[in-house]
Ligand binder design. Structure first.
Ligand SMILES: Cc1ncc(COP(=O)(O)O)c(C=O)c1O
Length: 458
């Protein structure tokens, strides 16, 4: 098997077969032949106020004001249904998972594997063996860089990114390229942050081994034409990685329709727990890759000088897994899917239109990225004349409004917009129009005031 070689579809080892037969037998003994994923339901409502009621953290006050949490692109909150599912695991089932061990270990194993199936369905994967658990998008991209790119890249090969990438979809490629003598190249974006298709076509070449891009920008909220980008990269013979950190929370993902090679996302940006994420890749591609980390659970017949690595996603699951994290992500997916998705999309579109209108009316405020409400998610980065992003953050925080400020881990894109720092307000299903109004009112007020000295705003 070489780094990129096809190994053929699954090669089921004697041991794997033995394992599943044993699980079935033990399961029968325990009356648990099929363990369906516990269903987590939202309130099946179309009413944003009802969704909000599921998020206990949002009921608090900050500095005497009701919390207006506008930092969901950094991390979302978790509904009580997700918290309950994780709690229930620890209260009832906690054990180091093992399909052929004692009852609790089997239950932990089942729940972990059920969660993998829920994620597989969520991205429309062929098989749950294509779902690799990682700590988040950052670790997922590092996994692909180490396990796929590093053995494959040769001197002069190219990895193509866009100028809009998050640091987590830039640094892993820079490091791996340096080690292999490969080159990282960058596709331009237009004045509003949209990927230049002409520049992409120009930069794709026989040397391009991978094109990696963010599906949705964490700065502008712009949704890239991912299917089109994948098709163009494939036509040039390159593999494609989609950084779906900001799209998985808002957009229905279908890896088969997108026709990408790798798709990576984080649980904590979509109502799930921190410390869990996913890499999806076709089974054949996973089989062709080197292990990322080594240890228990990713190999069998381990002796001092030999071992048999597991296949598919399991090759990348070294050590005791984060079972509660997987259960939490699965619960978050089920929570979102049990809501009225069209109503959520309509609510987010309304938030976008309203926010763009309010922000456009503030003197001296410039929104970075598309001014159009179509083709984007409710994420808005902006700068305000005479007021530094840090000062704005402090001013809003004093009024109970939580936003993010700084380089947003996308300095190259900010520089493309002519700034080195910005403020970002970002929404999710629980965001209310009234919170956008509070943001708009506070920014209008600030725009009319003199900038505070550094000491005052510190
Ligand atoms: C577009 C994008 N990619 C990658 C990441 C990294 O995600 P994580 O910190 O969950 O690994 C983020 C986080 O903000 C992001 O917005």
């Amino acid at each position: 098997m070489n780094a990129e070689g096809k190994t053929g579809r699954s090669r089921v080892s004697r041991r794997q077969f033995g394992k599943s037969a044993m699980v079935a037998w033990l399961g029968t003994l325990a009356g648990e032949t099929t363990v369906a994923a516990e269903s987590v339901r939202g309130n099946d409502s179309s009413d944003p106020a009802q969704w909000r009621g599921d998020f206990p953290v949002l009921t608090q006050s900050v500095n005497g004001y009701p919390l207006a949490y506008l930092d969901s692109a950094a991390t979302t909150h978790r509904p009580r249904q997700v918290l309950a599912s994780m709690n229930s695991f620890y209260e009832n089932d906690n054990a180091n998972p093992g399909g052929t061990l004692h009852l609790l270990a089997r239950r932990a194993y089942q729940k972990y594997e059920d969660a993998r199936r829920v994620v597989a369905k969520f991205v429309n994967a062929d098989d749950s063996d294509e779902i690799v658990w990682v700590r988040g998008t950052t670790e997922g991209i590092n996994l692909v860089a180490s396990a796929w790119a590093r053995p494959l890249l040769r001197k002069g090969d190219e990895v193509l990114l866009t100028v809009a990438e998050h640091a987590s979809n830039l640094l892993p490629w820079r490091l791996v390229a340096e080690r292999c003598g490969a080159v990282v190249r960058c596709v331009r974006v237009d004045d509003e942050g949209r990927v230049s298709l002409d520049d992409l076509d120009q930069k794709l070449s026989k040397r391009t081994r991978l094109f990696a891009f963010s599906h949705v920008s964490n700065v502008t909220g712009y949704i890239a034409p991912a299917k089109e980008l994948c098709a163009r990269a494939h036509a040039a013979g390159a593999r494609v990685l989609i950084d779906a950190a900001q799209s998985a929370p808002h957009i229905r993902l279908d890896v088969q329709n997108l026709d990408c090679d790798f798709l990576v996302f984080s649980s904590h940006k979509m109502c799930g727990p921190m410390g869990t994420g996913v890499v999806w890749a076709h089974r054949e591609l996973l089989d062709s890759m080197s292990p990322y980390q080594a240890g228990s659970n990713m190999a069998h017949e381990v002796e001092f000088t030999s071992q048999e690595f597991e296949h598919g996603a399991r090759k990348f699951g070294a050590g005791t897994p984060n079972v509660a994290g997987a259960i939490g992500l699965s619960a978050a997916i089920q929570y979102m899917e049990s809501q009225n998705r069209s109503a959520i999309e309509a609510h987010e579109a309304q938030l976008t239109r309203h926010a763009l209108k309010r922000l456009a009316a503030i003197p001296g405020l410039r929104v970075l990225g598309p001014k159009d409400s179509a083709g984007r998610i409710p994420v808005f980065s902006f700068v305000l004349e005479k007021h530094s992003p840090q000062e704005i953050l402090g001013y809003l925080d004093e009024r109970g409004i939580a936003v993010r400020a700084g380089d947003l881990a996308a300095l190259s894109l900010l520089k493309r917009f002519g700034v080195t720092a910005a403020v970002r307000a970002s929404c999710y299903l629980y965001t209310q129009i009234s919170e956008i109004d509070r943001l708009g009112d506070a920014l209008s007020e600030l725009s009319r005031s003199q900038p505070r000295s550094r000491n005052e705003s510190d």
